[in-house]
Design a binder for this molecule. Structure first.
Ligand code: MN
Length: 384
């Protein structure tokens, strides 16, 4: 079964989310947590951006660059590469990532270059980066809006120049899964089999995870993802979504991701929530509060008989204790009973009938019923 390398880019693209700033020591804390999650590759920063960025990469590469691939981002500019190489130091698994636009939009408006000159710049930068590391990744910025034959030419030329990984970003979150599949398949076909093609998808249309999966289906062997999906604008493909989709639907996708210690997902997610100060939405897939909450009586009854009835994920797989039954107006008698016995309130059958009715009538007036509310309602009912 084929495997896919998770390249966690929370420390670089995640940090590019507006308002997020990871201090070097915080990067180290995040990197330690990512090691517990067992990611094999981390993109640690963009060293030319600031001294602080360079420091973060230096700390992470120094502590982990022996066992884990630590990558640093550069534009296709020699000065960027010099600074990145310095930050990575002599870490045995250092990787230099060179980014150059390949779409006509980027070539014309950002660089004022012809396609030919863009290709030349890419190749020269890859060759230059090889002076500092034999592990060079070339990223074709805005790949998904590039002319496909030209994109393939640039990728093939960069591989000939020595790039071992080719990254195909959907920089602006524009591609459909079908288009992304077609692009990745074309590049995979054009480069030698030992070259790793990587996905990198943004979520502007809410398609980042499915585009990543489409890329993997097309032959990509590396997925660039961020914890909680944080990143530029509305973010990147979320690590936890890609990992748990591949894990949960291994039967369908036939991709092995077992090396990841998914039980650390919740811990990692909480740490990123804390340090990025970006709150996780209640309805965020996998790590949102709602992921394992059940209020409807029909669902609660099913879950108590067998979790499989209404839950495709095992909460333990991401490091949680179990699913939670929320008591509310939709809850059934079984769930209410369970909640009462948890709260050490014992009622006989007749009492239960009476309280259950009282509870439903009154719980409907509240948005969210807490344990304290249940006790309070019980006391009101008992003292009637
Ligand atoms: Mn990006």
């Amino acid at each position: 079964m084929k495997s896919v390398l998770i390249n966690d880019i929370t420390l670089r693209d995640g940090e590019q989310a507006a308002g997020v700033n990871f201090f070097p020591e915080e990067k180290l804390r995040i990197a330690r947590q990512l090691v517990k999650l067992r990611v094999p590759i981390m993109e640690a920063g963009f060293p030319i951006a600031s001294e602080q960025d360079a420091k973060g990469v230096e700390l992470v590469a120094n502590e982990f660059g022996r066992d884990i691939v630590i990558s640093a981002m550069c534009r296709a500019v020699f000065k960027d590469i010099d600074v990145a190489a310095k930050a990575l130091g002599d870490a045995p698994k250092r990787r230099i990532q060179v980014v150059m636009g390949t779409s006509d939009i980027h070539l014309k408006h950002k660089f004022n270059l012809t396609r030919e000159d863009g290709l030349k710049t890419s190749v020269e930068s890859v060759a230059y980066a090889l002076k500092f590391s034999d592990d060079v990744e070339f990223a074709a910025e805005d790949a998904s809006r590039s002319d496909l034959p030209y994109l393939v030419d640039v990728c093939v030329a960069c591989v000939k120049a020595g790039a071992k990984t080719i990254e195909l970003p959907d920089t602006v979150g524009y591609a459909t899964p079908e288009e992304y599949f077609t692009m990745v398949a074309a590049v995979v076909k054009a480069v030698p089999p030992e070259v790793v093609v990587a996905t990198h998808c943004h979520n502007d249309l809410g398609l980042a995870t499915i585009n990543t999966i489409a890329g993997i289906m097309a032959g990509a062997r590396q997925a660039e993802v961020t914890i909680n999906g944080i990143g530029e604008r509305v973010g990147n493909a979320a690590s936890e979504e890609v990992i748990m989709t591949l894990k949960t639907r291994k039967d369908f996708y036939q991709v092995d991701i077992d090396y990841i210690n998914s039980r650390e997902i919740m811990n990692t997610s909480k740490l990123i929530e804390e340090l990025s100060q970006i709150k996780i939405a209640h309805n965020k897939a996998i790590v949102g509060k709602g992921a394992f909450l059940h209020e409807s009586g029909i669902h609660q009854d099913g879950l108590m008989k067998s979790p499989q009835t209404y839950q495709v994920l095992d909460p333990k797989d991401i490091g949680l204790e179990g699913f939670q039954l929320v008591i509310g107006k939709l809850s059934g008698k079984n769930a209410l009973n369970e909640k009462l016995s948890f709260l050490k309130i014992e009622l006989d059958k007749e009492q239960m009938k009476g309280f259950s009715r009282f509870f439903k009538d009154n719980a409907a007036k509240k948005k969210f019923v807490t344990d304290a509310d249940v006790i309070n309602l019980y006391e009101r009912w008992a003292n009637k």
